[in-house]
Design a protein around this ligand. Sequence first.
Ligand code: ATP
Length: 234
Amino acid sequence: MLSVREATTAYQGLVAISDVTIDVAKGEIVAVCGSNGAGKSTLIKTIAGAERPRSGTVTFDGEQINGVPQHLITARGIAYVPENRRLFPRLSVEDNLRLGSYMYRGKPDRDEPLKLVFDLFPRLSERLEQRAETLSGGEQQMLAISRALMTRPRLLMLDEPSQGIMPKLVDEIFQAVIKIRDAGMTVLIVEQRMAEVLEIADRAYILQTGRVQMQGKASEIATNPDVRKAYLGL
Ligand code: ATP
């Protein structure tokens, strides 16, 4: 479904990812892990069209999308939840969700994605009138994911959804990712919490200083002795 081939992305000459090749098949949950500054966010931004690769290609459903403006990439079925969530803080939960549904390219039927959102995150349905800025960090992340779901994506990309969130809600969010996949979507998730994300992912890539250092089945990466020592502190 998604194929990144030898992508190199730089900021003012400083290379952040270098010759990165990854594949995501329909129905998979794929994790991208690695320490601070490894280039995880840059990779996801390169796919979302927020950054343009200096070289290499990004293909979605067989069509090249690098160079396509970000809003048109969203319209093709890729939703991206950035690290800082970018909610509309003064707007209510309901209005944030409504703005997500305007990004949908087809018939504006809000009922079906809303049903999924309320099923995933019942606490949002109890807070429809609440302003987004008054939600807890975990609830804001849930809202950001939900807003992305309102665009009815085929591929959902999450950048560090666990950041700044208490463990109980992190677990809730990771369980929601499984349900999102079970509802027919494909998920690419960037995470520093490697032990937890490897439990829900099918496959994973580890980035180190902008390059793919390791890739494979999540279960195999989680039990790899080098990974356990270097990243899991075991
Ligand atoms: P983190 O988990 O800390 O967010 P990351 O793995 O997501 O890290 P990136 O944010 O992709 O890593 O950063 C990769 C490199 O690119 C870093 O050296 C970072 O300083 C640099 N970088 C990221 N964004 C920019 C930018 N807008 N301008 C200049 N350099 C940047």
